[in-house]
Write a protein that binds this ligand. Structure first.
Ligand code: NAD
Length: 485
């Protein structure tokens, strides 16, 4: 085992769980055991909530301009430890080092946004009648929880940590049990940056701890990022306990390719979108709708896909279960009559035989009712459907229950606009394969890709992590009395 057993991080200290139930942490790169992770109990959660609650009274009263100083220092520490964090991220998640470096760079950008929050939460003031002023303030909620998935061990935690904490909340992070290592390093860096003990806590675990978070009477808000199946459960359970909840789910993102799209650029974008992070991105292109004759572009997509080599510029998928599931999807589509143009099944990476790799896969002539067309595959696979018109393509996109992202590739502004207006997704791209809005714009899908109001990052997150206090004041007797007095 490369690292010592993982512990929770409570009140500024690494703390053993009260449970002796653990899971092995296995690297998808080569199958080696990295560590063990505790499946914490509700007693562990209670200890973390107590620490967070105790820290809240002082942290929430610290002026925001002082609070963000921690995040200026945290940003510098992320920059200083970029290589080390990226290596850890690749080791536990399986993505390539370049992808992990980009992930840590994104953590830096997210933190940079949090440092700008004092400029964004200034509130409003207005003389509403003679001598009477109304003003608004964004007030932190209290103890909040963030439950995160395996595919971005550092970035998704940082979607919530800097904003929620800079806005004055104290947080419990529940990392994915598949990738629990990065969060420990983030906790150490936050402490080094000067974050007071108890403001940020990490409690590891699985179902039991997620349920305990949803049920805990002292947790005010829960953010969740993961699959739609669990997002739905968490949203229902947390709101049943009258908590604020924002639960982001899975995705099936459609790229609509029109015949006038620039072939080279389109092919590169499609191939990169479907294979980046081994297809394990909620923004990955998973379905492509070829409108009219785009055969030359499909040929180029296959050429690009063949340049993507597992173990070199393509990382591993998270585990064997995932690899088997992805390969089953491909086999089933082939059996139903689809044509596998580039086949990523049964790949072996020399020297990494125990790694869980799937090669890039392009499946053509997929029918809209096949599982590869409708379900999230979460692997480096693109399913190509053919239509004659843009409206048919939109009908396929609109019929899918998810709604994270959709993109159109074309040189025709009118056609692009038509699709932008009609696609049923929260994040739209034009000639962009992964249309992630960068800060200060917010991230969030529609339909079954998100339950709850608002988005998880950027300006929209301010509304989620705070409540609005409205104060009305009158200091002058001359103000008189009116119906509002
Ligand atoms: P997951 O839903 O299996 O797990 C997410 C979290 O929920 C983890 O912390 C896990 O421990 C916990 N969990 C798992 N099963 C649970 C259960 N039965 N009850 C309560 N909690 C449970 O997701 P994952 O496999 O870790 O991540 C991949 C999924 O996340 C994909 O569907 C992907 O699209 C989605 N995702 C979405 C976004 C987005 O922004 N919409 C971003 C990243 C990932």
């Amino acid at each position: 085992m490369k690292y010592s057993p993982i512990r929770n991080f409570i009140n500024g200290q690494f703390t053993p769980s009260s449970s002796d139930r653990t899971l092995d942490v296995i690297s998808p790169v080569d199958g080696t055991q990295l560590s063990t992770v505790p499946m914490s109990t509700s007693d562990d959660l209670d200890a973390a909530v107590k620490a967070a609650k105790a820290a809240f009274s002082s942290w929430s009263r610290t002026p925001i301009k002082e609070r963000v100083q921690v995040f200026f220092r945290y940003k510098t520490l992320l920059e200083k430890h970029l290589d080390e964090l990226a290596a850890l991220c690749s080791e536990e998640n399986g993505k390539t080092l370049g992808e992990s470096i980009a992930e840590i760079e994104k953590c830096i950008e997210l933190t940079e946004f949090a440092t700008s929050l004092p400029q964004l939460v200034t509130g409003e003031v207005l003389e509403v009648s003679k001598g009477v002023e109304c003003r608004t303030e964004h007030v932190p909620l209290g103890v909040v929880a963030s439950i995160v998935p395996f595919n971005f061990p550092a970035m998704v935690p940082n979607w919530t940590i800097p904003n929620a904490i800079a806005l004055g909340n104290c947080m419990i992070l529940k990392p994915s049990e598949k990738v629990p290592l990065c969060s420990g390093r983030l906790a150490e860096l936050l402490k080094e940056a000067g974050l007071p003990d108890g403001v940020f806590n990490v409690v590891h675990g699985d179902v039991e701890i997620v349920e305990a978070i949803c049920d805990h009477p002292k947790i005010e808000a829960v953010s969740f990022v993961g699959s739609t199946k669990i997002a739905r459960i968490v949203y229902q359970r947390a709101t049943q306990h009258f908590k604020r909840c924002l639960a982001l789910g899975g995705a099936k993102n459609h790229l609509m390719v029109l015949p006038d799209a620039i072939p080279g650029m389109t092919a590169q974008n499609v191939a990169a979108s479907m294979s980046g992070c081994a297809g394990q991105r909620c923004m990955a292109a998973s379905a492509m709708v070829a409108v009219g004759d785009v055969d030359p572009i499909i040929e180029k997509i296959c050429e690009e896909a063949r340049k993507i080599v597992p173990g070199k510029n393509l990382g591993a998928v998270i585990n064997k279960e995932s690899k088997d599931r992805i390969e089953r999807y491909i086999t089933e589509a082939e059996a139903q009559g689809a044509k596998v143009l580039v086949d990523g099944r049964n790949v072996k990476v020399e020297g990494f035989e125990k790694g869980t790799y799937v090669g890039p896969t392009v499946i053509d002539w997929v029918k809209p009712d096949m599982a590869v067309a409708t379900e999230e595959i979460f692997g480096p696979v693109i399913s190509i459907m053919r239509t004659k018109t843009v409206d048919e393509a939109l009908a396929i996109e609109n019929a899918n229950p998810y709604g994270n992202a959709a993109s159109v590739f074309t040189q025709n502004g009118g056609a692009a606009r038509y699709i932008m207006e009609r696609a049923s997704a929260g994040m739209i791209g034009v000639n962009v394969g992964v249309p992630v809005p960068r800060e200060p714009f917010s991230f969030g899908g529609w339909n079954e890709s998100k339950f709850g109001v608002g988005d998880i990052t950027g300006k929209s997150s301010i509304e989620f992590w705070t409540k609005l206090k409205k104060s009305t004041t009158k200091w002058s007797a001359e103000a008189g009395v009116n119906w509002m007095s």
